[in-house]
Design a protein around this ligand. Sequence first.
Ligand code: BG6
Length: 508
Amino acid sequence: MPDFTNPLRNPHDLRLPRIAGPCSLVIFGVTGDLAKKKLLPAVYDLTNRGLLPAGFALIGFGRRDWTDEHFTNYVEECVRARCRTPFNEATFAQLASGLRFVSGAFDDADAFTRLSDTVSELDRDRGTRGNHAFYMSVPPSAFPVVSRQLAASGLAKSPEGAWRRVIIEKPFGHDLASAQELDRVVSEVFDPNSVFRIDHYLGKETVQNLLALRFANMMFEPVWNANYVDHVQITMAEDFGIGSRAGYFDGIGIARDVIQNHLLQLFALTAMEEPVSFSAADLAAEKTKVLSAVRLPKDLSHHTARGQYAGGWQGSEKVVGYLEEHGVDPKSTTETYAAVRLDVDTRRWAGVPFYLRTGKRLGKRVSEIAVMFKRAPHLPFESTATRELGSNAVVIRVQPDEGVTLRFGAKVPGTAMEVRDVNMDFSYGSSFTEASPEAYERLILDVLLGDPPLFPTTKEVELSWRILDPIEEYWATLGQPQQYRAGTWGPAEADEMLAADGRAWRLP
Ligand code: BG6
């Protein structure tokens, strides 16, 4: 039998590639959109980068009446369409040798017996050694039944010297109460240390770079506080609509979809204090503290905004409004744009608002964190010289043009003295030769390695719902959200919200 042991000699040297030990990954919901677009290509890319053990196996579980061969063809199609690294026949053949499909419904106990048999076969023939991760790429309503079936079939329990882990996709509930209930169900079956909640924004290189930017350098942290910062804008804008996801999106809305998780995680990493270390516990301690210090404005009507996209033009494409999208209730009050103001009751951030905004069908696809500085207390120039001077800013460009921009004033050449804003850019693409891995590559690998720092804890999830719940409750009392034309930057309400504070949204 080949030696499947982890060849990494010094697991503490984080510069070295980390290679997963013997294991398999079971995906529930393997024919869904996420698996097709992200998970299957990520597993292939990990294989191609040599980060999975030779005996690695991937089991798809789904209702389709597929054989292993059907499944292999499906995986190949998904991988060819979206792999990040080049498609290589030999790599795919290696992955394909460990592909299995178990056909069945989530409430079918026999299917889970077949899954258990498949897992035993892999332990015997491919050396997976009892180590198996279960990826719930399914709606939250299916978590309880899948968890219970895993428990009943004995799959959730780790044999001596082996591990079992469960990966849970968002949304973690739709409010605090349902998130707590979900947690109760999952923790009945799995040990809390073996539960990995995915927030794929934490797997993005640019998001991890926030930690490097803030805590590996001298020049940012001294000004990262209320003495120098005027406010912070966190933006996640998309230039597409809901596509075929009406079933998931309508009734949930964009705030539950991405503010509760991605944007609040970006907020926490931007606003938290320096952690003692980057261990899961130390990171969570700081994120938890800052999430607990969030205060919502008293008057939510002036400090939050909602919108719903109307038809219009997105580039050269004519697009329909949200209410005309296939599968959407034509009277739906679900928001496709949301903006909120948060204040943070700490010495570091007293008086510095954090504005979070997100929307579908906006002007362009961009995610960024913009730390906007106060104006210099005194400008020893003629007032005309600095008329075009805006605020200094540090902009962490999460995507698509990954990097960091510093914005500051510079003298316009040829003038006696005129100062205008200029940008100084760091771009991943030009500074590093290697392309960044996809978030799901990093996160799947971390689960297989049992490395939890990039996964939000239950406490963080709960605190995020505590922040969002009152806003959702308030919005539920309102009628239809304000409409905004596709391809624009959201509803007028959002601009008014910032104007009331004497500020304006950045045009990313
Ligand atoms: C998902 C949301 O979590 O993130 C989607 O459910 C959103 O609505 C997506 O489009 C965006 O991810 P990314 O990585 O493309 O910014």
